[in-house]
Design a protein around this ligand. Sequence first.
Ligand SMILES: [Mn+2]
Length: 318
Amino acid sequence: MHVFHQADAVARASRHPLLVSHRNPDGDTLGGMLAFGGYLDAIGKEHTRFCADRPGPGYAFLPGIERVISDFDEAQRREPDAVFVFDAGDLKHAVMEEFVRALPTKPSVVNFDHHASNTRYGDVNVLITDAASTTEVVHRFLSGIGARINRDMATCILTGLCTDTSNFSNPATSASALRLGAELLAAGGKFSDIQRHLVKNKSVGILRLWGIALERLRYNNTHQMATTALTIKDFEDCGVDEESTEGISNFLAAVLDAPTIMVLREAPGGLVRGSLRTVEERDVSKLAVALGGGGHKKAAGFTVRGRLAEVDGTWKII
Ligand SMILES: [Mn+2]
C-alpha cells in the first residue's frame, strides 16, 4: 500500500487522532496540521489539534487555529490512539517523545515532513524531502487520496509554502512550489491575508533590533560566511522578545550577497541559538547537525549552551 493510503488508513481506523505541531510553531507546521485537520473534519473524524507552545498572535488568521490546545493533560484525557506530527524532524522537536510513550493507548505515529534530517520516527513516514514545505507534503497526500481541498485548507497549505520559501523567494522555491502556489490561489487561498499577518507585521522595536543585527554584520573570507549576533540585552533595549529575531536570517538571505549567513542570538536559560542560511550548493544542515541541531540543506539551526561575547571584533560563543 502506498504511504499516502497507509497514513489515511491510520486516520480512518483511529477513534481519536491527535495532530501535533512542533514547538515554537511556524506557518508550515501549523498550516500542515490545520490542512490535515480540515480533511479529518471533512470525513467526520473528531480529533485534537495540539502544540506544546501557544501559536503566536500573528497566526490567528489561520482557519481552525482556535481549536489548537497546548495543555498536555487535556490532550491525554482525550485518549488519542493515533498521533500525526507535522514538520518535525524528530519526536523531541514536537515535545512528544515522552508523551507518546506514556499514553496507555499505544498510538500509531504518522510523520508528515520534508526535512532531510528526519529520523523516520513514525510507524508511517510521509517524508518527501524535495517538497518545499510540509504543507506541500500534506497537499500531495490529499491529492494522492483524492481528497477535496477547500478554501480554508488552501490558505493553510499556502501559509506553509510562503513560510518555507520566504514568500517564493528563497532557494526552496521549486517549480512544484510555484505551481502549487498558483493552484492554491485558484482554490481560494488567501495570499494577501498571509502577507498582511506574517510579513507586514514588524513593529518599530523589531526593526530597531534588526538595525542592531545589520550594524553588527561581519564577513569572514575564510568561511565565506556573514555573521551577526544579538544578545538578551539587545532584546531588552528594543523592548522585544527573543522570538522577534524570527525573520532576520530569512531577510538577510533574501538581500545579502554572501554564500552563507549565520545569525547568533542569546536565549533565556544560558542558551545561544544559531540560524544558518545558504544560497549556494552548500549543506548548512551538516554544520547544524554537528552542533546538535538540524534542518535543511539551505536553512538549518542549532542551540548550544553559552553566551555571546565580542572578542577582537568578532562574536564568539563562550
Ligand atoms: Mn517546514
